[in-house]
Ligand binder design. Structure first.
Ligand code: GAP
Length: 462
């Protein structure tokens, strides 16, 4: 078989497969869609769950220095003043006066002038766009407003008055909930520095130009860790976490060759960070941030202490020394994980018989369905026998039963879902209690005794 399409050219086939096979649907489609929102369909929801479960197992359950948290989406509005988000969580936007389209100014400069806008002030960006007569990518006019700051936090109102004083913000990062509960955690759990708090949850950002499918959306999930340390150990802890992040990429089966590190230059660091390294991935639309690792110093805990008037300190149990811990923050986006996995996994192949197959080479650890179970024919005795095999397997693995259509079509369907193994029950099964086990990637078929099936699959699905 030969690979006929290199998916690195375009996202289109992936978007089409996600819709066709129930991974990801456009949001609110029956109302004509709602820009940059998506629904994870049955297979997408399972894929997402597998990623989050594996992350939680890896970074919380299997480690003695980590605990979990599930904090609220709505935090006290003062928390966002303390964290610096109210003042500093902005993107520069610019509007086309002719067609009223809005753009992120740095993206407009990068795309239209092919030069970096890193570190430029609002005035410098405005000057560039006006003096170089940048054309609006939507309508072609050369008539832009000045660039101005746009806060990315979504706001809502907490009570019926709807006045400014009632404003609350949907969290733009899960991290702050961890800082707000730091005191509760050290008071109620027997944690000792160094230790980390992990959280998985939704974050919301009013992105000016979202896009590239689920890469940049306005509502997404983060898997974040705030790892509390003594300030003087930050460099080593940073390196340890960088390695753990690469190990995670390997665990979920991402192609190492498409993963790189990108150090943030000093002038581009977020307001809270002394050092940030992004784990970037070669997406079809370019190499872009997948995950981030930041040294947030003691910025957040100190600011929450200042704004809340509460003492937020850790007491060393041996020396009784009191200090404000520093923080290393590894952060992982769930949607970007899914997109990178799909980009890696997607493949179109021409088979020896001339047929085409689309296949997702997802790692068995994350694949939404682990085993497809098919009776060669619906009727007795194959149907009931296949049902018995399905009942046995589904106690161990996520399985899918399929009895409709030609067997080749059923294999193709599971290939598109990324199902690593299929089991077919045929007339030989009735004779000798063996089944056909078909491997998704090699398409090789072997006979396996039903009594050996759970053990054989367990060994393959690690
Ligand atoms: N607490 C630190 C923080 O939020 P970030 O780099 O702004 O850092 C962390 O976001 C991760 O969240 C990113 O590495 C990315 O995976 C994901 N992410 C950020 N904005 C996103 C968006 N608009 N859509 C999808 N994922 C996003």
């Amino acid at each position: 078989m030969t690979q006929v399409k290199n998916i690195q050219d375009s996202l289109k086939p992936i978007v089409a497969l996600c819709k066709r096979r129930g991974f990801i649907y456009p949001g609110s489609e029956i109302y004509g869609g709602f820009a940059n929102t998506y629904s994870f369909g049955p297979y997408g929801a399972q894929l997402k769950k597998n990623i989050k479960d594996l992350w939680w197992q890896t970074f919380v359950q299997k480690r003695r220095d980590m605990v979990g948290l599930d904090g609220p989406i709505l935090l006290h509005p003062k928390a966002w003043a303390a964290s610096g988000h109210l003042e500093g969580f902005n993107d520069a936007m610019i509007d086309c006066k002719a067609c009223k389209s809005r753009f992120r100014c740095d993206h407009l400069i990068e795309e239209e002038l092919k030069q970096s806008a890193d570190g430029l002030s609002l005035e410098e960006m405005t000057h560039l766009v006006h003096s170089k007569k940048v054309k609006c990518p939507k309508c072609g006019a050369q008539d832009f407003t000045n660039a101005r700051n746009f806060n990315l936090m979504f706001s809502t109102h907490m009570s019926k008055t709807g006045s400014e004083g009632d404003v609350a913000y949907l969290r733009p990062e899960t991290a702050q909930a961890i800082f707000l509960d730091f005191k509760n955690i050290i008071d109620t759990m027997r944690v000792r520095i160094p230790f980390g708090v992990a959280q998985i949850g939704k974050a919301f950002r009013n992105e000016i130009t979202p896009g590239n499918f689920v890469f940049r959306v306005i509502e997404f999930e983060q898997m974040e860790i705030e790892y509390f340390i003594r300030g003087e150990t930050w460099e080593k802890t940073f390196e340890d976490w960088l390695k753990s992040m690469h190990d995670w990429c390997k665990l979920i089966g991402l192609n190492k060759a498409r993963i790189h590190e990108k150090e943030h230059p000093k002038e581009q660091l977020s307001h809270y960070s002394k050092r940030t390294v992004d784990i970037v991935y070669d997406f079809p639309f370019g190499t872009s941030e997948l995950y981030g690792l930041a040294y947030r110093t003691d910025f957040d805990l100190s600011r929450h202490a200042e704004f809340s008037g509460q003492k937020i300190e850790y007491t060393d149990p041996e020396t009784r020394e009191k200090f404000v811990p520093h923080v290393i923050e590894p952060t992982f986006g769930v949607e970007r994980t899914i997109l990178a996995l799909l980009c890696d996994a997607y493949d179109e192949q021409q088979l020896e018989n001339g047929e085409m197959r689309t296949v997702l080479h997802l790692h068995p650890r994350v694949a939404p369905v682990k085993v497809g179970v098919f009776p060669l024919m619906k009727k007795d005795p194959l149907g009931p026998k296949a049902q018995a095999v399905f009942d046995m397997l589904q106690a161990h693995f996520t399985c899918e039963y399929d009895e409709s259509g030609a067997i080749g079509k059923r294999y193709r369907r599971q290939d598109e879902l990324g199902t690593p193994y299929c089991v077919t029950i045929d007339f030989d099964t009735i004779e000798n209690d063996t089944v056909t086990l078909r491997d998704r990637d090699s398409m090789e078929q072997t006979r396996v005794a039903i009594s050996e099936l759970v053990a054989t699959l367990s060994a393959k699905l690690i």
